[in-house]
Design a protein around this ligand. Structure first.
Ligand SMILES: Cc1cc2nc3c(=O)[nH]c(=O)nc-3n(C[C@H](O)[C@H](O)[C@H](O)COP(=O)(O)OP(=O)(O)OC[C@H]3O[C@@H](n4cnc5c(N)ncnc54)[C@H](O)[C@@H]3O)c2cc1C
Length: 441
């Protein structure tokens, strides 16, 4: 009896496997009950052999798919496993449905982690320009929105489509709706438990992301695998996340919910000039998401609601030019009306500008440009775009993304303690780290 080569069989495709088995077993006709014992043994051997690949990638997100494509292009037999129903779900919803897929201003200072310089090597080897060329080559139109952020003109699903078609071309097998269990080292290889049975692989690439948005399948699974193999972890926390406030602040913030304005939000020496949005729970908008990665409990953030403007000089000039006007009227020239009213109320300045002493005007100016606020927390992993912390980069080789102490085990993407700013940096990290692992796994 001749047994077909296992690499000719698509993994996980039960009907095809059955057909191939029937062919392989030749004379073994009839239903399963009638298959002679030696044929059953042969089929068991075959099934076992089929569950064996060169590389198993855990997670079909941005980093996992990219790593799989690269390994597949090198002729490796690659299997990608994910418990989600569809691959690349975060790509699909990213950038408001347009996927901010990279940033032209990549620099190590735009990444956080215990050793942000770790990201340099992968980012230099697979650059933003490389990914732009890939997107352009796939016929996906894109544009720069602001601050070097590149988005699809059409839909983020185009990026998912490109990756899926690249995976198919590289003969990468994809198992969706498949849960993952333990990962063990067995006789020089790895054995990964899956809900479709165990899979043997020479290399395992862990690309299961962080803890952000559990509703979309985030589990923290990759951290547990790292721990199993003795790799240290850097404490995780939600990042790029709206900040929440105590009831005392919410009383005046809630009526402002929906108000958005350009501002500068700072924490220590770090500051971001982007939009700020008031919400029912506190503050959001790009500037707040950015600063959330730096803020820690018990600390203040500073809001400048009129960046680049000398508010004290502005208010003095307004007092001179229109002394009879109310403070809110002057403020509304530079701030949304609701915010202007709130600041007037907080300053207890109901009268005309002419009656406001210089010190009072300066105090108001100070509040507009240097408003100290103390969040009590964040909206957490439920809405956080990314997870800070993760697999300690000290345990990984930046040239390969391999665990230094466990040959054949790789960690890529968000599961690693490398977190980018808002603006396409996190996807570029996923592409770059995935690409690097895909060259060697
Ligand atoms: C709403 C939102 C918008 C975003 N927009 C942008 C943007 O525009 N630009 C940008 O650069 N970044 C953006 N990000 C961040 C970006 O999505 C992530 O940095 C990126 O997806 C990380 O890629 P990854 O492959 O490492 O992980 P993920 O994309 O999270 O992929 C991990 C995969 O592993 C699977 N998985 C997890 N646990 C298990 C398990 N136990 N068993 C089986 N499978 C498992 C998941 O289902 C998932 O498919 C956004 C994030 C969110 C939440």
């Amino acid at each position: 009896m001749s047994v077909p080569k296992t690499d000719a069989l698509p993994l996980g495709d039960a009907p095809t496997v059955r057909r191939c088995l029937a062919k392989a077993l030749g004379g073994c006709k009839g239903d399963d009950a009638e298959i002679p014992l030696d044929c059953v043994a042969a089929s068991k051997r075959l099934i076992k052999a089929m569950q064996s690949v060169d590389v198993i990638v855990l997670g079909a997100g941005a980093a996992g798919m990219f790593a799989a494509i690269e390994a597949g292009r090198r002729g490796r037999r690659v299997l990608v496993v994910d418990h989600a129903k569809a691959a690349g779900e975060k790509i699909r919803i990213s950038g408001g449905g347009r996927c901010n897929f990279t940033n032209t201003g990549l620099g190590v200072e735009r990444f956080l982690g215990q050793n942000p310089r770790f990201a340099l090597s992968p980012l230099r080897r697979y650059t933003a320009q490389d990914f732009i060329a890939r997107v352009t080559g796939a016929g996906i139109a894109w544009h720069e929105k602001t601050l070097g952020q590149l988005f699809c003109d059409g839909s983020a699903t185009q990026i998912v489509g490109m990756l899926l078609s690249d995976m198919a071309a590289a003969r990468v097998e994809l198992w969706l709706g498949t849960s993952l269990g333990s990962v063990r080292q067995v006789a020089g290889a790895f054995e990964v438990e899956t809900s479709r049975g165990p899979v043997r692989a020479a290399s395992v690439i862990v690309a299961t992301g962080g803890k952000s948005i559990p509703k979309m399948g985030a589990t923290g699974y990759g951290y547990r695998i790292a721990e199993t193999f003795g790799l240290s972890l850097v404490e995780t926390r939600p990042a790029l996340v709206p900040l929440t406030f105590a009831e005392q602040e919410l009383e005046w913030m809630r009526p402002l919910a929906g108000v958005a304005l350009p501002g500068r939000v700072s924490h220590g020496k770090t500051g971001f000039n982007e939009a700020v949005l008031f919400t029912h729970r506190g503050l959001s908008g790009p500037a707040i998401l950015q600063i959330s990665s730096y803020w820690r409990e018990g600390e203040d953030i500073i809001l400048n609601l009129a960046p680049g403007r000398d508010m004290a000089a502005f208010l003095k000039a307004e007092k001179q030019a229109s002394g009879k006007a109310a403070l809110r009227t002057a403020l509304a020239k530079v701030l949304p009306e609701k915010l202007a009213r709130l600041i007037e109320t907080q300053a207890a300045a109901g009268g005309p500008l002419a009656e406001m002493p210089r010190a009072a005007l300066e105090k108001v100016a100070g509040q507009v440009t240097g408003w100290h606020l103390r969040p009590v927390g964040s909206e957490g992993y439920r809405t956080a775009e990314v997870t800070l912390g993760g697999v300690d980069t000290d345990a990984l080789d930046a040239r390969t993304m391999a665990a230094k102490a466990v040959p054949g085990l790789y960690f890529v993407g968000e599961v690693v303690d490398v977190t980018g700013w808002l603006g396409g940096y996190n996807f570029q990290w996923a592409w770059s780290s995935g690409w690097v692992a895909g060259q060697v796994a």
